[in-house]
Design a protein around this ligand. Structure first.
Ligand SMILES: C[S@@+](CC[C@H](N)C(=O)[O-])C[C@H]1O[C@@H](n2cnc3c(N)ncnc32)[C@H](O)[C@@H]1O
Length: 212
């Protein structure tokens, strides 16, 4: 069973005060986190975790990358997405749900900000991207890439390989209330829930914290 945790309980779990969070002024539209609460939760998880290294799977336009950068002042951030070129041969594999993002990418929202110097954009497919250089070294892994069964499993396995001791893995689209094309995130995290996965009530955010 996935453990339900309220937003207010987070600081007890991490045994740390959160302090002020920072959110971008930009309008968070399609593709970004689903609600203001989710943006706040991402920001708070960063404040609590104080990561030095972040790895995100699924940049899209960089909305969550920017939130993580604004709330993790010491972090170097790696964010992976498919190359920004049309890849008609990949359509079937990537699935219709992701085609929306591929067709709607317009602008990277952090590129003209001072956070950009701490952010490295990586291009490739998460199923064959070499992550060996990041093994056991990432304090905050964010999984929000392709939402098919194969990719959720692949990206989750990679996240477990990358996470450092004391680090956290955060997934978006674990949604117990809405069963949709994101069902594979829900199903996969339920399958591995005995590892100690927490769902933050009222959001589609789940996380795992590795022991030190
Ligand atoms: C839900 S969007 C990410 C949204 C972003 N994290 C945010 O909230 O601002 C999913 C992203 O994953 C990317 N993606 C899909 N399949 C991928 C793959 N196999 N490898 C890497 N990235 C992938 C898509 O191109 C898309 O930009």
């Amino acid at each position: 069973m996935i453990n339900e945790i309220c937003y207010d309980e987070l600081k007890n779990m991490f045994n740390r005060e959160i302090g002020d969070i920072n959110l971008p002024e930009i309008k968070l539209e399609n593709g970004y986190l689903g609600s203001r609460l989710e943006c706040e939760v991402m920001a708070k998880l960063c404040k609590l975790q104080k990561p030095k290294k972040i790895f995100e799977i699924g940049t899209f336009e960089g909305g969550t990358t920017l939130i993580m950068a604004m709330n993790s002042p010491e972090a170097e951030i790696y964010t992976l997405d498919l190359p920004w070129i049309n890849q008609p041969d990949r359509k079937e594999e990537i699935g219709n749900s992701n085609q929306f993002y591929i067709d709607n990418r317009k602008k990277i929202v952090f590129e003209d900000t001072h956070y950009a110097k701490r952010i490295t954009r990586l291009f490739g497919d998460s199923s064959d991207f070499p992550i060996r250089g990041h093994a056991h070294s990432i304090d905050f892994v964010f999984v929000d890439g392709c939402h098919t069964e194969h990719y959720i499993k692949n990206d989750t396995d990679k996240a477990f390989e990358m996470v450092s001791s004391g680090g956290i893995i955060v997934w978006h689209d674990y949604d117990p209330t809405e069963h949709s094309c994101w069902d594979c995130v829900f199903n996969h995290l339920n399958e591995i829930s005995s590892l100690g996965i927490h769902h933050i009530t009222g959001t589609a955010i789940a996380f795992y914290r590795k022991d030190k």
